[in-house]
Design a protein around this ligand. Structure first.
Ligand SMILES: Cc1cc2nc3c(=O)[nH]c(=O)nc-3n(C[C@H](O)[C@H](O)[C@H](O)COP(=O)(O)O)c2cc1C
Length: 296
């Protein structure tokens, strides 16, 4: 498949096509503090639901969690065994656990319960990992997946006391279903390019915000690499963003400290942009501050 179909490239190009105006008069020092599910954080730039980070360093997932905690950011955890999640939770990082759409609903229930018992502050599912690219049910590291119905999703939502997050929403259609099943948040995402030609999350975000904004928290991931990207996502209606692959190099080089520094770098870029656009707080950021490069 040619590079033109690469959803990551298309998404990156879309970020680059969005330009930011400046507003200096009556300016104020900005505050990036962010509240989620009743808890306060220093930044709306969160970790993405990564997994298998031992390829970066020993105990990679816990190192990422330590870095997120030190930066005052929300941590996320993707696929992984029970012992690994316990190690992540022991770091004290406030963590959202994303469970895969395993064929067995019992397995999903057990993992949701385990996450709740170990102190995660929200749970969820990456619904976009149910099919392979060949139109078959997905198999991830030998584990079988399947798409879940709204009825099944409702059971997962009501099986936990924690807020439930649906990750991998890339349409108004799924966003509305997330509201119907009682989800508290969604991640607008194409799972780092799982579908060739997938629409950039920021392109579909305004439509999603129009329909479900205020009913669920709306997060965005895929190709978020800077505070400028975070600003653009927030301007288009996201409550927060997740950054994944961008923190893997810092994690490899400096473990938790690398992650901490990179979150602080991105948050400083966000803060700098807020200062120069007259935004005192995150909710002041809006789409009137963005312009689209000609040719898009
Ligand atoms: C190494 C790696 C592991 C991942 N594992 C998971 C996972 O277990 N569960 C999940 O929902 N997403 C997983 N993702 C997807 C990320 O959460 C995210 O959606 C994606 O990487 C896009 O964000 P990014 O462009 O900032 O990396 C993984 C991504 C990477 C790079």
């Amino acid at each position: 498949m040619s590079n033109r179909s690469d959803a990551n490239q298309i998404t990156r190009d879309y970020f680059e096509s969005l330009l930011i105006e400046m507003r200096h008069m009556d300016g104020v020092l900005p505050d990036t503090s962010f509240e989620l599910f009743g808890e306060k954080f220093d930044t709306p730039i969160m970790m993405a639901a990564l997994s298998h980070l031992n390829s970066c360093c020993d105990d990679g997932m816990a190192e990422m969690a330590r870095g997120a905690k030190a930066a005052g950011a929300v941590n996320w955890a993707g696929m992984g065994d029970i012992a690994e999640l316990e190690g992540i939770c022991k770091t004290g990082a406030r963590t959202i656990k994303i469970v895969k759409p395993y064929v067995s609903d019992d397995e999903i229930m057990e993992r949701l319960e385990h996450a709740e018992k170990n102190g995660c502050f929200a749970v969820g599912m990456d619904i976009d990992h149910s099919f392979s690219g060949r139109g078959e049910y997905d198999v991830v590291l030998g584990l079988h997946m399947e798409p879940k119905s709204q009825q099944q999703m409702k059971r997962f939502v009501s099986a936990t006391k924690l807020p439930f997050v649906v990750k991998g929403v890339l349409s108004v259609t799924d966003a509305k279903k997330c509201v119907d099943i009682g989800a508290k948040a969604i991640v607008v995402s194409h799972h780092h390019g799982i579908l060739p030609y997938a629409v950039p999350p920021l392109m579909v975000l305004p439509d999603i915000v129009k329909v479900v904004g205020g009913q669920v928290k709306i997060f965005v991931d895929c190709c978020v690499e800077s505070g400028y990207d975070a600003f653009k996502a927030l301007a288009l209606g996201a409550d927060a963003v997740c950054a994944g692959r961008v923190i893997m190099d810092p994690l490899r080089k400096e473990q938790a400290e690398g992650v901490r520094k990179d979150i602080l770098r991105m948050n400083a870029e966000l803060k700098g942009t807020m200062a120069r656009t007259g935004c005192a707080k995150l909710s002041d950021i809006d789409s009137s501050m963005l312009h689209q490069r000609l040719g898009w």
